[in-house]
Write a protein that binds this ligand. Structure first.
Ligand code: SAM
Length: 293
């Protein structure tokens, strides 16, 4: 794309000024102005004309425009009413883009997909996320995983590191496991502050989250699995024995926690961050057997 795209610092500032819109920090409004980053995002999303894309937070339409040029349909959900006339103008050349005014977190996603994406079997969610709601958005996308096989998301660099982390590293934790249990995560690229107008306070990164055909490990009860994970990570500096003894079962004893770990083949002196997802699954399996027999 060599012509006058939305994504340049000068054009973005001009669009905002023409509409009298001051970016709101409270809504995470940092608009992408680096075309190279946009091209990498679109490539990571593997778009084609058979693919429909849901974008969270189109802003002034910089990413939306690149999505529109690659995908068959784009539906973009924007919370800030002030941006609706901006988007009507900037996205006018793209009739297959539909802008919806609303809060992504309030959407009934299965109903939303049924309404907008019926007949579109290839789907993706692509977004430069508003960082103040990153975690609730991630959890909403995990919950709606049946609808969403692929997400390409710009997040804070620290969050990207946690999403893509391997066991035994400082970034590996409950968020890593919540996502990697269902999906493969690729760290696509680091994005510096100057790729945005206005500049955010933190560096960013793009990640690709691809749903697995089945969860990474078989567990008898997924809610129990995530309770075990949360309990294990409740205090990172403590051993898994201490965390499970204090946080898993109210009134549960240290001896029971030790027996559970030993029966699962896990050294009670280890820390949660060293356990693989398969080991958490084994622990859940044993606990489930013990509590249901
Ligand atoms: C980081 S900006 C990204 C804008 C644009 N996609 C870009 O890349 O330049 C985040 C956008 O999300 C919007 N937003 C914030 N909270 C939202 C929510 N709960 N639901 C939908 N959009 C939201 C903001 O108004 C803003 O336009």
């Amino acid at each position: 794309m060599t012509e006058n795209v939305i994504a340049s610092p000068a054009r973005t500032r001009a669009i905002l000024a023409a509409h009298g819109v001051m970016p709101k920090k409270s809504l995470g409004q940092n608009f992408l102005v680096d075309r190279r980053v946009l091209e990498r995002i679109v490539a990571a999303a593997e778009l084609d004309r058979e693919t429909a894309v849901l974008e969270i937070g189109p802003g002034v339409g910089a990413l939306t425009e690149f999505l529109a040029r690659a995908a068959g349909k784009v539906v973009a959900v924007e919370l800030d009413r002030r941006l609706l006339p901006v988007l009507a103008e900037t996205l006018a050349p793209y009739p297959h883009v539909h802008v919806v005014h609303g809060d992504f977190l309030e959407l009934d996603l299965p109903a939303f997909f049924a309404e907008h994406f019926a007949g579109w079997t290839k789907r993706a969610v692509v977004a430069n996320l508003p960082y103040y709601v990153t975690t609730p958005i991630l959890f909403k996308l995990i919950e709606a995983r049946d609808e969403v096989p692929l997400c390409v998301l710009m997040v804070q660099k620290e969050v990207a590191a946690r999403l893509a982390a391997q066991p035994g590293t400082k970034d590996y934790g409950a968020l890593t496991i919540a996502v990697q249990f269902y999906a493969e995560v690729d760290y696509v690229m680091t994005v510096p502050k100057h790729a945005f107008v206005p500049r955010p306070q933190v560096d960013s990164a793009v990640v690709r989250i691809r749903r697995r055909p089945a969860p990474l490990a078989a567990v008898p009860d997924e809610r129990l699995f995530f309770r075990v994970v949360r309990a294990a990570f409740s205090q990172r500096r403590k051993t898994i024995l201490n965390n499970l003894a204090h946080n898993l079962e109210k009134g549960g004893s240290r001896a029971a926690a030790r027996a559970l770990l030993e029966a699962s083949g896990i050294d009670p002196a280890r820390r949660a961050e060293t356990l693989s997802i398969a080991e958490f699954a084994r622990l859940t399996q044993r606990l489930h057997e013990w509590t249901t027999r």
